[in-house]
Design a protein around this ligand. Structure first.
Ligand SMILES: Nc1ncnc2c1ncn2[C@@H]1O[C@H](COP(=O)(O)OP(=O)(O)OP(=O)(O)O)[C@@H](O)[C@H]1O
Length: 359
């Protein structure tokens, strides 16, 4: 049995169905990220796990203890669950020490020592204890909020978009530091975010929410490379979706014959590649053997993005005439010039969607 289990959880606000039957299993000590577009139900799900809301129907159990069975629900303060809201929500008039120690008894002789331990856990200098929250950086404030939640020695930690107010660099380093310290403490964690890259990098289990349901749950690399449908694929990153004919693990498509991740299926299907799976090699424009096995194109646009650049490539060849130009992601040091003729090589396997859905 998993540590946290949600079974058929539903929640409506008046006529608005926020959660339409959610099942989720979270193993002990794991990090799960719930990701989805705005309004898909992520925060509602987190609030039900925390105990700020009760489900209309469905069951929530933690470590074998039933926390909620429909509206019959254990209150939040008796669940042993830590919660870090967006932007930390620190008490602005209290010092860092009093924020961290907020839930600790004032007359506890070990209070000060515990506050120092918590500061150490979140890698903050104890010299900051006398400061007020506004005298800290955004990343430091988030760590104080985390220390305050850790003070309760929670069985489960819930993070609601805790990094969203931080700028890109600080966001990545804070996320990494938080993931490491929660992992080292062995605390089961659930992160809610609308940022796909954040979900993929933070978690060992990613749950994609769509319209109040979990569209797919799995390890990050599996969701990214083998999404269940085109909508999930597009939500998690850029895609190239092509019609193909499958046979014995090979897909014949506008890019020629490409290795596919389904050796059993035959016939028409939709395949997906990520733009960084295409490798471009500049070749002379003439002569080109367009009937050969290789696939060629012309660079029509270059979007210089720093480390990775986006190139728009129009495929050459009569059979490829109806194929929309492809987006290719390639390291900046390898970009061919605008108008160059390129040979296109596919790295790795194309993913075959289970259903042939048109996107
Ligand atoms: N207290 C409420 N009263 C009425 N409707 C609500 C309430 N809370 C949420 N909703 C609705 O339920 C749906 C799910 O909301 P929720 O906040 O869970 O989504 P979310 O995925 O967290 O969105 P975001 O990323 O924008 O925070 C939305 O349509 C929202 O408008």
């Amino acid at each position: 049995m998993s540590f946290l289990e949600l079974h058929a959880v539903r929640k409506s606000y008046g006529p608005m169905l926020a959660l339409a039957g959610v099942d989720l299993h979270v193993p002990a000590g794991s990090r799960t990220a719930i990701v989805g577009p705005s309004g898909s139900g992520k925060t509602t799900l987190l609030r039900i796990i925390a105990g700020f809301e009760a489900p209309d129907v469905g069951r929530v159990t933690l470590g074998g203890q039933v926390l909620a069975n429909g509206p019959d629900s254990i209150p939040a303060h008796r669940r042993g669950i830590g919660f870090v809201p967006q932007e930390g929500a620190l008490f602005p008039h209290l010092s860092v020490a009093d924020n961290v120690g907020f839930g600790l008894a004032r007359n506890d002789p070990k209070r000060s020592q515990r506050i120092h331990e918590l500061m150490q856990m979140v890698a903050l200098d104890p010299a900051m204890l006398t400061r007020r929250p506004h005298e800290l950086s955004g990343g430091q404030q988030q760590r104080v909020a985390l220390a305050r939640a850790l003070a309760q020695s929670p069985r489960l930690m819930l993070l609601d978009e805790p990094f969203s107010a931080l700028d890109t660099g600080l966001r990545a380093s804070t996320r990494k530091a938080v993931a490491q310290l929660l992992g080292a403490a062995g605390i089961t964690t659930i992160l809610v975010t609308h940022d796909q890259a954040e979900a993929l990098s933070f978690a060992d289990q990613v749950a994609v929410m769509r319209a109040g349901q979990l569209a797919q749950v799995g390890p990050p690399h599996a969701l990214y490379l083998r999404p269940s449908d085109p909508a999930t694929a597009q939500f998690l990153g850029e895609t190239i979706v092509l019609p193909a004919q499958l046979a014995q693990g090979w897909a014949t498509c506008a890019l020629g014959v490409v290795a596919a991740d389904d050796a059993q299926r035959r016939g028409a299907a939709q395949i997906m590649l990520r733009p960084e799976q295409l490798q471009l090699t500049q070749v002379p424009a003439e002569p080109l053997d367009l009937d050969a096995e290789a696939s060629y194109g012309v660079v029509e646009d270059i979007d210089f993005g720093g480390a990775l650049c986006g190139l728009t490539v129009r495929l050459l060849g009569e059979a490829q005439a109806g194929t929309a130009p492809l987006l290719v992601r390639t390291p900046a040091i390898h970009i061919p010039p605008l108008g160059a003729t390129v040979q296109i090589t596919v790295m790795g396997q194309a993913h075959v969607f289970v259903e042939s859905v048109t996107v």
